[in-house]
Design a binder for this molecule. Structure first.
Ligand code: 5RP
Length: 296
């Protein structure tokens, strides 16, 4: 039996203080449930509203990608600087310490390798597995205009239904086939379809022209992929422009782990994403960090 409330102190109900009702900090996410919002807060930093996701899931279709041959050696040193890790369950279980307490975005689709039709993906996990691994979100590839467009859309909608049942957000990744033009028109089409069909947030590629219209037309947050390795300054400029155009962060892989100094690069990206640092200043910071790491 609980003890009776025998405090002599007068009860205080603060009847003149209105109850707080604050909007959630991410675009389009007010109507989702508490568990999902809590998970999103392990991906996006509520202080800046943004994220630096570190994508290392490339092996799910291309095997030991350059820079990811030994995730234990090359990626573990980056963990303190990533807001979130995007990866497969295989790498998560075998290499990532369970003490990592930031968000995990689990690669949830797969099937074909680089040797076959890439759009021929299916859902590659069970929802029980995502729950067991305590993930913050599940990621699914969607090939708008691709050979297996409908199949990949159905992968996504099924995953969204599974995720909604248990409060797990879904990240829809726009996979741009070689035959697609990487322009704002395509990115608007792909991002909007993916958002309309229920994902919690979208990952797409940055395009230099009119990326702000891609963001504006998408009712949920957008993060950008890095794409193939660029010179560091160019990658920082791309991240800066994307943030200025309204992106909620980056989900970068090769431009971090293939950098000449991956730790310096991810730290410089954090400056841009979370602090609004200008590209040149972030690049100077990168160079200083890189040189200091060499000397140390
Ligand atoms: C694979 C992915 C990758 O996570 C994505 O491409 C990010 O990596 P990068 O910045 O190297 O492009 O979604 O399909």
């Amino acid at each position: 039996m609980p003890e009776a409330d025998e405090s002599e102190k007068e009860k205080q109900f603060y009847v003149d203080v209105p109850a707080k009702s604050e909007p959630f900090f991410l675009k389009g996410c007010n109507s989702i449930d508490w568990g999902m919002k809590n998970r999103l807060s392990r991906i996006f930093d509520p202080r800046s509203g943004k994220t630096v996701m570190l994508a290392i899931d490339h092996g799910y279709f291309q095997g030991p990608t350059t820079g990811l041959e030994r995730v234990d050696v090359t990626i573990l040193p980056l963990l303190p600087y990533a807001d979130t890790l995007m990866l497969t369950r295989g790498i998560l279980r075998t290499i990532i310490p369970p003490t990592f307490d930031k968000g995990i975005v689990l690669r949830a689709s797969g099937g074909p390798s680089i040797l076959s039709e890439l759009s021929n993906e299916q859902i590659a996990i069970d929802i029980d597995e995502a729950i067991r691994l305590n993930v913050a979100a599940m990621a699914v590839q969607v090939f708008i205009g691709g050979k297996m467009e409908t199949q990949t859309i159905h992968n996504m909608t099924r995953l969204v239904d599974m995720g909604n049942r248990y409060g797990i957000p879904v990240l829809g990744v726009t996979a741009v086939g070689k035959e697609m033009s990487r322009d704002a028109k395509y990115m608007r089409l792909a991002s909007r379809i993916i958002a309309e069909l229920g994902v919690t947030y979208v990952k797409t590629y940055y395009v230099p022209e009119d990326f702000d219209t891609v963001v504006a037309a998408c009712p949920v947050p957008i993060v950008i992929a890095g794409g193939k390795k660029l010179p560091e300054l160019d990658a920082l400029i791309m991240a800066y422009n994307a943030i200025q155009d309204g992106a909620a962060g980056v989900d970068m892989g090769r431009n971090i782990f293939q950098s000449e100094s991956p730790v310096a690069m991810i730290k410089a990206l954090r400056k841009i994403v979370h602090e609004g640092e200008k590209p040149k200043a972030a690049y100077d910071f990168f160079m200083t960090e890189k040189n200091e790491a060499k000397q140390g």
